[in-house]
Design a protein around this ligand. Structure first.
Ligand code: HEM
Length: 309
């Protein structure tokens, strides 16, 4: 595969915002009847809201009793699934990362707290005003129907999970009850696209992630586009930019040269430990989906549990 395939594929496969051919119909089966799925148990046999000690930072009563919580969640997931398509899924998944990924284990700051609403002017968050504004519009629609307003941190974390599902990825169950903050987290905590494998491994390890988590989470670049980083408007995964699949990892293993979008993507095949996971995920979709789901759950609980680093 030649590197210039990127532009050709992008022109063919990624719609300009608001002008592309809608592929919503592809996702109709996902968008209907899924409301109850998040009500299934999250941690094995433990009902999602039953045990405060297992999830000390979550507020089990944020949405009232279990029945009312279920109602709020059903409304939330219905509205999210109506709004999410391959056109905005990448932005919303990145939004969830940039809300939670500010967690700093050493300082005990950041995490999945809804602070992204106050951080769109931070340089790391270029392109995310789109997602924040979409979240605000969806929140208004949810709150108009719901007995209790949905929290912003929960909404952003749920939106990332539904974005994965709507684009063909795993159905990730996450609990709710995250406390919301009303100020920005300290800037400078998110990874730079120029990080080497060692730099990525250190940053992620410092914040409580395994090497498997790092590689699996990087697989989020299987969907979405670059909105601010050159070349702007092009897909991160040139084979199947609208589908959450293993093609991202296959691109990294391209024999001529790795075809990830960012240096930090291509760095994953320069280190034997990270490369082993790239190879594994390239060849085993279920292994990728399981590792991504586990890591996403961890990501969206960062900063919620005081000891989660
Ligand atoms: C490992 C370190 C990571 C680095 C250095 C990185 C960096 C970036 C950069 C520079 C962009 C382009 C932003 C723009 O110009 O619009 C981007 C896009 C994106 N990132 Fe990451 N990222 C990382 C990890 C993650 C993780 C963990 C997730 C989610 C779990 C994620 C999800 C996304 C998605 C979905 C997009 C496309 C956004 C869109 O379509 O608007 N990234 N990333």
């Amino acid at each position: 595969m030649k590197i210039n395939a990127r532009r050709l594929d992008a022109e063919k496969d990624v719609p300009a915002h608001g002008t592309g051919v809608s592929r919503r119909s592809l996702f109709t089966s996902v968008a209907t009847g899924v409301g109850l799925s998040v009500l299934e148990p999250v941690f094995g046999a433990l009902p999602a809201f039953a045990s405060a000690p297992a999830l000390p930072g979550l507020d089990p009563n944020k949405y009232g009793d279990a029945k009312q919580t279920a109602e709020v969640l059903a409304i939330t997931v219905k509205e999210l699934d109506q709004a999410i398509s391959f056109k905005n899924a990448g932005n919303l998944l990145r939004l969830a990362f940039h809300d939670s990924g500010t967690f700093n284990g050493r300082l005990g700051t950041g995490g999945a707290n809804g602070s992204i609403a106050f951080e769109t002017s931070q340089s790391a968050n270029g392109g995310l005003l789109f997602g924040v504004n979409l979240m605000k519009r969806i929140k208004k629609k949810i709150d108009a129907q719901s007995p209790v307003p949905i929290g912003f941190a929960d909404l952003v974390a749920l939106a990332g999970a539904r974005s994965v599902k709507v684009t063909g990825g795993p159905d990730i169950k996450i609990p709710v009850g995250r406390p919301d903050v009303t100020v920005a987290d300290p800037p400078g905590m998110l990874p730079s696209e120029t990080l080497t494998a060692d730099g990525l491994k250190k940053l992620f390890a410092d914040n409580g992630y395994s090497v498997q988590d790092l590689v699996a989470l990087s697989g989020a670049h299987t969907i979405g586009i670059s909105r601010t980083h050159p070349p702007v408007g092009l897909p991160l995964d040139i084979i199947s930019p609208n589908t959450f699949d293993t093609k991202y990892f296959q691109l990294l293993l391209n024999p001529e040269k790795p075809l990830g979008f960012f240096p930090s993507d291509n760095a994953l095949v320069t280190d034997p430990e990270t490369k082993a996971y790239v190879v594994k995920f390239a060849n085993d979709k279920q292994a990728f989906f399981k590792a991504f789901s586990d890591a996403y759950l961890k990501l969206t609980l960062k900063g919620v549990e005081p000891t989660s680093a």
